[in-house]
Ligand binder design. Structure first.
Ligand SMILES: *Cc1c(COP(=O)(O)O)cnc(C)c1O
Length: 386
């Protein structure tokens, strides 16, 4: 980067310069404090409120006492503790696959898995709105990279028809619930195409895990497609309220990842307290199905209030202009609501938005209030709708 000043100036002019908050935030139990002001938190991925669940906290504390603060080595050296194996067994069962592997974050899982699975001579078909970590994994792999229009199965089929035959291994990659739009991939149709064209299928269930399916396993569980999806990836850092990523797949595939994923091999294993919290969170998801039922029903009512469509706890209110999205978020903050303005490059050009996360901490009155205030701040009329 030879022109750092120019880069920063351009970002500033476009209203896209990002910065951290001076002094940071305090966040607890659905509230965010910043500069002395308390706001209702609509920006958290802790959808089920599990990060502050007493059982999760107790489990983490106990592991901290028992094992100490660190795993002290990578898994393939001596950081391979019994508790990591317990989490992988539980994750595999939760996801309905033979085996699972824990990564140090969802980001590392995606970069590690895709770059290990594909290389030169292979091809990858990726939804245009896939998360940056998926894109980075694809770029690092060196495979031919084809992006299909968001959830557009005709486009995917056309690309497969034209390109699949020219390459060795082919991988289709999609999120199941999209992180910035909150909509759902047409998984059954993707599975049909994967079978027709002889591809592997990897899905990212970062925002579906804990919310969908009878056991909270995600969209793959709800659709009963576990045998057809080769790699189910996800993170413990969203609805599970913890930290770390994972892949669930066949035993053979997991064995390959253990040997080939550099993001897995060359990093210290997650601390035992983190692993213990994740273990307990999966049990809480199973034991307290009312949490996910409430979040999804509240989210559906909230979408009705904003007159936006969608399918999940992520409710996007598309504004278009980046500076306007920021102003709108600031105006809502003045009224006590903490909502994120999401701008390019996180979302496509001219689709800046407010991204509301509906969580277990919100009751209907809270949601009605923010919908009312959004209208009051006067932008509802001219904002584009999703
Ligand atoms: C958050 C997220 C990730 C990354 O997970 P981390 O554990 O936060 O690194 C990957 N994919 C998607 C779709 C995400 O939203």
């Amino acid at each position: 980067m030879d022109d750092i000043d120019g880069f920063l100036r351009k970002r500033e002019e476009e209203g896209l310069l990002r910065g951290l908050k001076p002094g940071g935030l305090r966040r607890q139990g659905g509230t965010v404090w910043f500069g002395g002001r308390a706001c209702v938190d609509f920006s958290s991925n802790d959808y089920l409120g599990l990060s502050s669940h007493p059982r999760v906290i107790a489990a983490a504390k106990q592991a901290l006492e028992e094992y100490g603060a660190s795993s002290s080595a990578s898994r393939l050296l001596s950081g391979d503790l019994e508790i990591h194996h317990r989490l992988e067994g539980k994750t595999a069962a939760f996801k309905g696959k033979e085996a699972a592997l824990v990564f140090n974050s969802g980001y590392q899982a995606n970069v590690g898995i895709i770059s290990a699975l594909c290389g030169k001579g292979d091809c990858i078909f990726s939804d245009r709105l896939n998360h940056a970590s998926l894109v980075d994994g694809i770029l690092l792999s060196g495979a031919a990279f084809f992006r299909f229009r968001h959830n557009d199965m005709e486009h995917l089929q056309a690309l497969l028809g034209k390109e699949r035959g020219k390459f060795g291994r082919a991988l289709i990659v999609t999120e199941t619930i999209f992180s910035m739009d909150g909509d759902e991939a047409p998984l059954k149709e993707i599975v049909r195409l994967k079978q027709k064209f002889g591809c592997d299928l990897m899905v990212d269930e970062a925002h579906a895990t804990g919310l969908f399916g009878d056991c909270g396993g995600g969209i793959v569980e709800r659709e009963g497609l576990e045998p057809e999806v080769d790699i189910i990836m996800g993170t413990f850092s969203k609805a599970l309220g913890g930290f770390g990523g994972y892949a669930a797949a066949s035993r053979r595939m997991i064995s390959y990842f253990i040997n080939a994923c550099r993001a897995f091999i060359y990093s210290t294993a997650l601390p035992p307290a983190v692993i213990a919290a994740n273990l307990e969170a999966i049990d809480v998801v199973r034991d307290e199905p009312l949490r996910r039922a409430q979040v999804l029903s509240h989210a559906s009512a909230f979408r009705g209030m904003l007159e936006v469509s969608g399918a999940s706890q992520i409710v996007p209110f598309v504004v278009g202009d980046a500076a306007k999205a920021v102003r709108l978020a600031e105006a809502l903050r003045e009224k006590g609501h903490w909502v994120l303005a999401v701008r390019p490059p996180t979302v496509p050009h001219a689709s800046s938005r407010l991204r509301f996360s509906v969580t277990f901490h919100h009751d209907m009155n809270t949601l009605r209030q923010v919908a009312y205030d959004l209208r009051q701040v006067g932008f509802l009329v001219d904002a584009a709708r999703v």
